[in-house]
Every structure is written in structure tokens, then in C-alpha cells.
Design a protein around this ligand. Structure first.
Ligand SMILES: [Ca+2]
Ligand SMILES: [Ca+2]
Ligand SMILES: [Ca+2]
Ligand SMILES: [Ca+2]
Length: 321
């Protein structure tokens, strides 16, 4: 799966680094609460993502309420509402609303503690090319205090909308989450090594064909080597894979069970929900609203558990990733 395209990758990275870091003072503005937070609707979990092909150190980067338990970030792209599900291990506990962001041009792109205050922050990217969108290309971090918005800090802008932020994790171990980028036009992949909210340097990763999508990292360290890893899904074949990273460099890939393609399943949240020190993966089905937690033992699938369904498909599960 790792088709290296080094011939143009360096050009792509050079182009990315050369993009104007124009002074940015605007980000997604925190608005009053809007709509209602996603509530469990009791829909039966009738369609776990089935494991169809078995051949095929965890950072708590999403604990918004500081109880040591990973939570889940949601955004409703129809209403602009945002919310966090507080979990108790693998069980839904309660839903807390975050400030709304009315413009659907802003996407929640990653989670992590970017100012090292112990609170999980939220990375936004404005990625939608459409007439009148003067914020296209901007990137921003919401600094949080628990589930309370504190302030918005701009990151370096990237105007090419083919570049998408797909997750964050501290790959070089300096305490700052780094940002995972994938180019959906060229297949190039890049890490931004961050110093807090400041871009320090970029590292190119191997390019990968466009059937594969990075769904997240989230600081989840599947092989327990101290470096977060990167989860991929092939949208054509249903294959799933983890890039095991060695610092900010690709080391090896490990297969996860495949999940039937084209029936709605996406892996959307990455964290240790079972509390065994090993990261798990939450899947959301964007046709049925069902949410399912895969418990993993390293890179081996152990079992799946139902989470409450959210029938309103406008609610997208955005992290931790
Ligand atoms: Ca929590
Ligand atoms: Ca923080
Ligand atoms: Ca780092
Ligand atoms: Ca690892």
C-alpha cells in the first residue's frame, strides 16, 4: 500500500512549506449553544462492523473533564452545533455542548493539548472552497478549559484545500502534539512538528494511493513503542491498517480486520476506552447511525461493544483523533 512517490513528494512538501503564512487573526468563532447535543437514541446495534478478514503507551488526548476517561467529540454539520460525549470507560455517561460554529466551512480536524495546560484542545481547518468563503485555508486551535472554550489561536494557513488535517499526536516526543496531513489529490502525507501552536518543521511520510484515507492518530500507540501510530482505511476494499511509527518516521504497517466497504462504516475515534492501556477504535456508521467500539489488544481485534446510536447522520464523530 505504500507507493512512494518521492519524485514529486519533495516538491509537494516544498510547496506546502512555501505557502504563505499570512497573518491570521480569525478562526472559528465560538457562538452560543445551538441545537441539542447528540443523545443516545436507543437504536439497536444490529450491524457491528464485522471482522471479515483477520489476515488482512496511550496519550489521553480526549479527556475533556479530567476524569482519566477518553471522551468523544461531535460536530453537526447541518446545525453548527458541537458536543462532547463524556464516557465512563466504554459506557456513555453524559453529553456536554461546546460552543457552536455556524459555518460548515470549518471542520474539526484533530484533538490534542497544544498549550500543555492539561486540557484537550481542538484543531479546526477551514477546507471548503466555495464562493464567498474568505476563511478558506485557515487553521486554528481552540484552547479549552475542560469543555469550556477559552480562546482561539491561529495556526499556519494552508490554502490548498487538497491538504487535509487527519489527526494529531506527539510523534517526536517533545510534549507538543504534531499534526498529520494528507493530500487527497496527490497521496502525499506530511507531519507538522509543532512547538505548541507554532509550526517548527515538516517531515514527509511515504505517499499512499488515493483509495486509502488516514482516519486518525489521536496519540494512540498500538504497538506500545512510545510513538503514536496512524490508522488507515481503504475505502474501496474495506481493508484497515495501522502505520506503526518510529518517532516521526514510518516504520511498518500492521493489518486490522477488514470491514465491508461502502456500507457506511468509518473509524472515527481512537483512544483507550477499555482502560487496559491499549488503544481502541470507535466506528460510526453514516448510513444507520450505529456506533461501535472495537476493543484491541495491540493491533489484534478482541471484541466489539455497542455504544449508543445517534440516528441524526448530520452528527459526525470527530475525535479523539
Ligand atoms: Ca473524560
Ligand atoms: Ca490545552
Ligand atoms: Ca511533538
Ligand atoms: Ca506506536
Amino acid at each position: 500500500m505504500h507507493r512512494k512517490r518521492l519524485s514529486y513528494l519533495s516538491l509537494v512538501v516544498a510547496a506546502l512549506m512555501a505557502l504563505p503564512a499570512f497573518a491570521v487573526t480569525t478562526g472559528p468563532v465560538a457562538e452560543p449553544l445551538k441545537g441539542s447535543a447528540p443523545q443516545p437514541d436507543g437504536k439497536a446495534d444490529v450491524a457491528d462492523p464485522a471482522a471479515t478478514d483477520l489476515t488482512g503507551g496511550v496519550a489521553l488526548n480526549s479527556d475533556f473533564n479530567g476524569d482519566g476517561q477518553h471522551d468523544i467529540v461531535w460536530r453537526n454539520y447541518a446545525t453548527g452545533a458541537n458536543a462532547v460525549w463524556l464516557l465512563n470507560g466504554t459506557n456513555f455517561s453524559s453529553s456536554v455542548q461546546l460552543p457552536a460554529v455556524g459555518s460548515p466551512t470549518w471542520f474539526i480536524a484533530a484533538t490534542g493539548d497544544f498549550n500543555a495546560d492539561g486540557n484537550v484542545d481542538i484543531v479546526w481547518r477551514n477546507n471548503l472552497v466555495q464562493p464567498g468563503n474568505t476563511q478558506q485555508g485557515l487553521n486554528s486551535v481552540w484552547l479549552m478549559d475542560g469543555t469550556n472554550f477559552v480562546s482561539s489561536v491561529s495556526l499556519t494557513a494552508v490554502s490548498d484545500s487538497n491538504w487535509r488535517i487527519r489527526g494529531a499526536g506527539d510523534f517526536n516526543g517533545d510534549g507538543s502534539p504534531d499534526i498529520v496531513w494528507r493530500n487527497f489529490a496527490t497521496g502525499a502525507n506530511v507531519l507538522w512538528l509543532m512547538n505548541g501552536v507554532t509550526l517548527d518543521s515538516t517531515v514527509s511520510l511515504p505517499a499512499v494511493g488515493l483509495d486509502w484515507i488516514i482516519y486518525g492518530s489521536g496519540g494512540a500507540d498500538y504497538d506500545n513503542n512510545g510513538t503514536p501510530d496512524i490508522v488507515w482505511r481503504n475505502t474501496k476494499t474495506g481493508a484497515n491498517s495501522i502505520w506503526l511509527m518510529d518517532g516521526p518516521a514510518y516504520s511498518a504497517s500492521a493489518s486490522l480486520p477488514a470491514v465491508t466497504p461502502n456500507v457506511g462504516w468509518e473509524p472515527n475515534a481512537f483512544g483507550d476506552y477499555s482502560g487496559d492501556g491499549k488503544p481502541d477504535i470507535i466506528w460510526r456508521n453514516y448510513r444507520t447511525g450505529v456506533n461501535t467500539l472495537w476493543l484491541l489488544d495491540g493491533t489484534n481485534f478482541t471484541m466489539s461493544l455497542s455504544l449508543p446510536a445517534v440516528g441524526d447522520l448530520n452528527w459526525e464523530m470527530e475525535g479523539p483523533r
